[in-house]
Design a protein around this ligand. Structure first.
Ligand code: 6R9
Length: 661
């Protein structure tokens, strides 16, 4: 791999094959451009048309967009619908009815299938059980569940009766759970006794007990427990009931409750750059519309597809592309309970072969770790499995470095499958900037162009557009249906975080830096704005340096770069590096660090040379795979860790990285 190829100045372009273009729903760039123009000419007309064609309304809307109280935008505000009916009832009497909705593969490899008809019955029965507990429209229900059919059923059942769900990822701590129950004012928690991950039985219910035990959960009345395993758990009389108990005697017929388009379908907590997590509130109508449409556009979903999104329902990706989108699109989807490395790091590839997955959607961090595994152990390399069923690959969650992109494209997609690098956020509800598989020429490491109707742009601090080639802040200039409506209980924070006055109060600020290339106007996300470093007056994306480090493919498996204050240069670059060999120490570590500095100097320029390089066996990551850079920043500064580390997959790594000075 030459230097030119491996830095983020990408010259490789992969246009879709003629056959792919021909077969695609959005077929070729002119078709994409025509849709963009339609949206530019008449934004409301564009969205109104799509909302009528793609959503089943029990009461049709007459207003498309109400901007009178911006940035508290309202979409389809006098329309009524039910999200669950749009995912399930809609298919009754169509060929989808008897189709498999979910192929569930448990941690131990056992497979169960659920048809659309069965899903409808299960959701109806669970919805009736919720009602029997006194849960009603407008109530908030916390869902703290393992990956599986039951979690999706619980979400859909809440939607069915108009209760607002708030899913808390099963890796969050008791304290995090306690804060969310209180903030949401939840009346119920739906959980499981245990969850199975990597062959281990991990507790959930005892964490719920501990969380509630921390106090303040005055609104909470009921805890419903799915017995995932045979191991008993503590049950509090009067408050806790098993699924079996509450489902007993409940019929499967539960009429969906029509709600207003703006009714909060869910609140999902996400970390802000500082302070307490924000409860991102989403609507029903606009959200559902975009979940369905992006399935059609980005994944070009067809009746015979087997869609597999590896995200947990605890994250936004698991909401839009597990719990709602695939069902609204009438697709068959795989849901996986376990982890990619159990019982071996070829599990994903094995499952693609086994279930003949056609569309596979995962995170760059997973790809990078599986590259590392495949390079150390031939037996788990994707080449050992038949992946010929695949036709589209996707990534989400962080920028993907071109090296990982190429590996994914070659070794998983057989150079046949477009890789859609989808940029979006909890707040955006669904994809924002992404290639279309049958239209957009792909450039590794670039999420390419905004979807039709998404008015993404790059601006400076004053909100003024910057020219292509110049970096700036990613914004969205016009509202879109699936956007965040507010921060639950904190409208002021919503305004301040996303529609800052300094920029005119009307631009949605994503919080990411981005740059468009001069040639195509393609977007490249350079990372969170708070991750941009200023070294001696030069702006450097941490991602840029990481990408350069990872481009040393013979040596580096993964790298994370943070800034730390430096008297001389303003900020100094600190790199945390995982090698493809054992963690070095002493003289060897010094030598490798020197080599890497020179490598980065060659890849980007001497200014980008990391001042510190530390080696670890791993990086501190959340259980969803995001590198926790704020912890690395503390370590880089030599500070004690005072932050909440409850979402950390591997807390022991902190000590190791702190020691490696
Ligand atoms: C969907 C999701 C959002 C942040 C976002 C950005 C990063 C997501 C990306 C990407 C570059 C992509 N991000 N997708 N960066 N390329 N394709 O991940 O939501 O958990 O809220 O994270 O993730 O920094 O601002 P969320």
């Amino acid at each position: 791999m030459s230097n030119i190829e491996s830095v983020l100045v990408e010259n490789r372009v992969f246009p879709p094959s003629e056959a792919t273009v021909k077969a695609a729903r959005i077929s070729g760039m002119p078709a994409y451009e025509a849709m963009c123009h339609e949206a530019e000419r008449d934004l409301e007309g564009f969205w109104a048309r799509l909302a009528k064609d793609n959503v089943v309304w029990t009461k049709p809307f007459t207003t498309t967009l109400n901007e009178s109280n911006a940035p508290f935008y309202k979409w389809f505000e006098d329309g009524e619908l039910n999200a669950s009916a749009n995912c399930l009832d809609k298919h009754v009497g169509t060929p989808v009815e008897n189709k498999t909705a979910i192929i569930f593969e448990a941690d131990d490899g056992a497979v169960t299938r659920v048809t659309y008809k069965e899903m409808l019955a299960r959701v109806g029965q669970f919805a009736n059980a919720l009602k029997a507990q006194g849960i009603k429209k407008g109530d908030r229900v916390i869902i703290y569940m393992p990956m599986g059919v039951e979690g999706v059923v619980a979400m859909q059942a809440c939607a069915r009766i108009g209760a607002t769900h708030s899913v808390v990822f099963g890796g969050f701590s008791a304290k995090a759970l306690n804060e969310r129950i209180i903030d949401a004012g939840a009346v119920a928690v739906v959980t499981a006794n245990y969850q199975m991950r990597g062959g281990k039985e991990l507790p959930l219910k005892s964490i719920v007990d501990e969380g509630i035990g921390m106090g303040g959960c005055d609104t909470l009345k009921t805890v419903l427990v799915y017995m995932r395993t045979a191991t008993a758990c503590n049950m509090v009389a009067g408050r806790d009931k098993t699924f079996a108990e509450v489902l007993e005697g409940q019929g499967s017929d539960c009429p969906p409750v029509a709600v207003n388009a703006e009714h909060p379908l869910f609140v999902l907590y996400t970390s802000g750059s500082t302070g307490k997590p924000k409860g991102v509130q989403h609507s029903t109508g606009g959200y559902l519309l975009w979940a369905k449409l992006t399935m059609d556009w980005t994944f070009d979903i067809r009746p015979d597809d087997v869609f597999w999104c590896t995200a947990d329902i605890g994250w936004i990706t698991g909401h839009t592309y597990v719990a709602y989108g695939p069902l609204a699109a009438g697709a068959t989807q795989v849901i996986f309970e376990g982890i990619p490395t159990f019982p071996h790091a070829g599990r994903f590839w094995q499952m693609i072969e086994k279930h003949k997955a056609t569309v596979f959607y995962t995170a760059p961090t997973a790809i990078r770790s599986l590259i590392k595994a495949a390079e150390t152990d031939e037996k788990v390399h994707p080449k050992n499995w038949d992946l010929s069923s695949l036709r589209i690959l996707g990534t989400v969650g962080e920028p993907i470095n071109p090296e990982a992109w190429m590996w994914y494209y070659r070794n998983v997609g057989g150079e046949r499958c477009p890789v859609v690098d989808t940029f979006w956020q909890t707040e955006t509800g669904g994809h924002m900037i992404t290639p279309l598989p049958g239209a957009t020429p792909l450039v590794p490491g670039s999420c390419t162009l905004p979807l039709p109707g998404i008015m993404a742009a790059i601006v400076d601090e004053t909100g003024k557009d910057v020219p292509n080639g110049a970096g700036g802040m990613l914004v969205v200039k016009r509202p879109w249906p699936s956007m965040i409506r507010t921060i639950w209980g904190d409208p002021e924070r919503f305004k301040k975080s996303y529609f800052p006055e300094e920029m005119g109060g009307k631009l949605y600020l994503a919080g990411d830096g981005a740059v468009r290339d001069a040639k195509r106007g393609y977007f490249r996300i350079t990372g969170r704005i708070d991750d941009v470093l200023n070294v001696s007056g030069h702006r450097l994306g941490t991602m840029e340096i990481e990408s350069a480090l990872v481009a040393k493919t013979d040596l580096v498996a993964e790298a994370a770069v943070v800034g730390r204050p430096d008297d001389l240069t303003g900020e100094a670059i600190c790199a945390f590096v995982v090698l493809k060999r054992a963690r070095p120490s002493g003289e060897e570590a010094k030598q490798i660090a020197a080599d890497l500095r020179n490598w980065v100097a060659k890849e980007i320029g001497p200014i980008a040379k990391p001042k510190d390089i530390r080696f670890g066996d791993n990086l501190p990551k959340t259980r969803s795979g995001k590198i926790m850079r704020r912890l690395l920043r503390s370590i880089a500064k030599g500070e004690a860790i005072t932050q909440d580390v409850s979402t950390l997959e591997n807390p022991a790594i902190l000590e190791q990285l702190a020691q490696t000075n």
